[in-house]
Design a protein around this ligand. Sequence first.
Ligand SMILES: [Zn+2]
Length: 371
Amino acid sequence: MLVRSIPIKIKVNDLIVKTIELYKQGLQHCVDTAWSMKIRNNIKLHPFVYQDLRKMGLPSQLSIACIKQSCGMVKKAKSNPIINRVSIRYNTPRSFSFKNNILSISTIYGRVKIPIKIPGYALKYFDWKIRESLLTQSKEKYYFTFTFSRESPITSNQHCEVLGVDLGVNKLAVTSDNKFYGKNIKKLRIKHDKLVSTLQSKGTKSAKRKLRKLSGGWKRFMTWSNHNISKSIVESLNSGDVVVMEDLKGIRRTAKYNKWVHKWAFFQMQKFIEYKALAKGIRVVYINPKYTSKSCNRCGSLNTSRHSGFFECLCCGFHCDCDLQASRNISKRYTRNLGLAYITKPNISTDEHESSSRAIECEVRDKYPCL
Ligand SMILES: [Zn+2]
């Protein structure tokens, strides 16, 4: 299931402002009642507050939304919650509808029609199914955040390609079809860290200003690179194919990611690959990362050695790039677990050495803009 939320700015309208204000008061009343009576369930809370909300002037659907929302808040809270800002949940067709670029939403004075301008990038989502959406206020601006969903167009394909993706430090991503992404990143980060420590030791006002700029720059650079790399990885695949990655949750503290996991957003990269893949109908699978870099992908032996980024099996003599060999193990682990005849690319050639030297280099960007 694919889900997207698109906030769209709407013109301020007195009825909407008043509705939000009243909803906020209603929500506070529900929260206070639920808290003092120790009720965490909306059906149990309903008889104690529904009539009050209606008397305050909230329409029936918004009263129900209010009760539900308050129970959700009280469940998570450690003390009686104080409401500063609210988002009103709207359901279609009961409390809102959208047709011919007109949004019709329930307010304290009945339905209000608001003309909406849909930005070009969001047009395609309006063919999807519209789900529960939100009316929110941020300072003086008001937004209606549409939520859309669609079934993922995954087709089953007997001859699908299974692509293993290894994320790491020396190269940000290496895929089992011999592609390397982000080789220069480590050097850039070392340079970046040096610059940061020089500026920190200076401690002047202008040094501090530059530091702030640097940290924002690095963050944007990471997101930008992650977007580009994930795009290139997904581009080569078709609907029905499978992307296999390591489940990083368990290995944050292991040597492989220990130092670098804080310096590069690997989790973000996985999420980018995942949503781009799903949108194209490509399945994403996470596997247990145990021994993916240590075991030999040809004979399975653990009697192996790794030095200067090079992997060598002491059992069968197989040798190739460390991360490439890990990415092949990752895709292999998936196909082996399923016991299915998936075709993995490449069909491992007899001369591994040659195939890794033919590997395609995909660099993100030569220079980090702040250096
Ligand atoms: Zn081996």
